[in-house]
Design a binder for this molecule. Structure first.
Ligand code: PEP
Ligand code: MN
Length: 235
């Protein structure tokens, strides 16, 4: 979540230094509880735009409504449709019509076919810039926040031409598991990772338990580069 401008800019510098190519900051936060922090909304989008000016990083933020898509247009580079909205068909159609590249997360209980049909809703409007993101699915296992379904990587590669990235942060909900799942995702052939980083996870307004400190993120990226090389990719 974007909490304030100074932290946003600091994190942008830090992840850029470690080799990140895209900066994700949540401006509209679809929280499980209505009493949790809901995001800085448009103000947050502008902080992302500032971070881009400063670092050159591409920017991405989740949109939770058609009005948020309009607010994002021309301000950020990619819009995210989150797990909870994967089958919000009016939002998918509006994202398609907007022409803005879309990161489409898999719904927590969505089958691969349902997910691909959601992508189809966006593309049917003429927007073919869709990135798929696996963020873990709900299973009987309660040890982790969700269960990371890494088998989707080769399946998506076989079924589609779309890039597939992995979100080990939301998939596990536990920063201690993020590195292992990131390395496994690279080995499985994922096209990217989306990883939560916070200068002070203990003080984060959302998802602190799954956020990495900057030094841990930097060392993960170094290990990731080594794995990528082994499987004939680069990071
Ligand atoms: C997020 O990316 O911050 C988020 C809310 O993720 P998801 O939609 O995967 O739960
Ligand atoms: Mn989050």
């Amino acid at each position: 979540a974007i909490e304030n401008e100074a932290l946003m800019l600091e994190m942008a510098d830090v992840v850029k230094q470690s080799g990140a190519q895209i900066l994700r900051g949540g401006a509209y936060k679809p929280r499980t509880s209505p009493y949790s922090f809901q995001g800085l909304e448009e103000e947050g989008l502008h902080y992302l735009a500032e971070a881009k000016k400063r670092t050159g990083l591409c920017t991405i933020s989740e949109v939770t409504s058609i009005a948020a898509i309009q607010a994002a247009k021309g301000v950020i580079d990619i819009i995210q449709i989150g797990a909870r909205n994967m089958q919000n068909f009016e939002l998918l159609k509006a994202a398609g019509k907007s022409g803005i590249p879309v990161l489409l997360k898999r719904g927590m209980s969505a089958t691969i076919d349902e997910w691909l049909n959601a992508a189809e809703y966006i593309m049917a409007e003429g927007n073919e810039n869709v990135i798929l993101c696996e963020r873990g699915i709900r299973t009987f296992e309660k040890y982790t926040r969700n269960t990371l379904d890494l088998s989707v990587v080769p399946i998506i590669k076989e079924r589609t031409h779309l890039p597939i990235i992995i979100d080990p942060s939301h998939a596990t909900g536990d920063w201690k598991l993020v590195e292992a799942m990131s390395l496994a995702a690279i080995a499985a052939g994922a096209d990217g990772l989306i990883i939560e980083v916070h200068a002070c996870p203990e003080c984060a307004w959302s998802d602190g338990a799954q956020s990495l400190k900057p030094a841990k993120f930097a060392s993960l990226i170094e290990k990731g580069r080594a794995i990528a090389q082994v499987v004939g990719r680069s990071l």
